[in-house]
Design a protein around this ligand. Sequence first.
Ligand code: SAM
Length: 275
Amino acid sequence: MTFGDGLPPLRAVMTEFGLDPRKALGQNFLLDLNLTGKIARQAGPLAGHRVVEIGPGPGGLTRALLANGAEHVVVVEKDTRCLGALEAIGRHYPGRLTIVSGDALKTDVADYGDGRPLKIVANLPYNIGTQLLLDWIAAPVWPPVWSDLTLMFQREVAERIVAEPGSNAYGRLGVLCGWRCRARMLFDVPPDAFTPPPKVTSSVVRIEPRPDPIAVSLTSLERVTAAAFGQRRKMLRQSLKPLGGEALLERAEIDPTRRAETLSVAEFCALAARL
Ligand code: SAM
């Protein structure tokens, strides 16, 4: 094996702890430690950094983060069957791993910091990935407690996150992400890299907070994008009717015959500011 952290291969770990993957928990595990190493390295130099990983499962990415020098890793895992495997990793890297047993949707990453910016790295469960990202983008304090996110999503979701105006993938997620962050696509991971293989290709995305996003209320931005993209083929004067229609568009100096997908993030912010 090219990856020598001295811990057993992940397949043996799955057998030892009875970790048969469960669909309801979005369990598509990465067992190739070269691949988890590649993902970990996308988070930048890890030495001296505290990293939060959501959904470590049997710990393939966790091991890569620690082997690549992360000072401390906090993992949040909902499936208690994984705890034994994670504790073994903790014993191998004494004092460098904190295991949180629970639902990531009910926890706040700010609780895992030590005052320095956190890195968040995760192969996210498909069913909650978008919600977690939106929660992190909606942080009440900006810049947030995290300095960067290195995340795996279904490719289709990754495309929506990095989408530019004018593209089919551009929508609410792209506007909200583009408002507060810069996001870029890193690389694809084919289905056969996972156990079991999902039906779709996955992609790793890197997201960094903008230091000074346009000052606007998140609630207003969400209302405008939901209305505009809810009827994306219609002209804005029609889709935004419930929010003021032509009068709102006039205040924001936006042509009412345009369609949602042509508006820049700054134009959506202008509309949100005039709601
Ligand atoms: N990081 C591992 C890897 O790359 O092989 C596992 C990734 S797997 C796609 C998603 C993981 O998230 C699973 O271990 C699953 O149990 C966990 N998970 C699912 N829902 C969760 C939740 N609400 N909170 C925390 N972990 C969750």
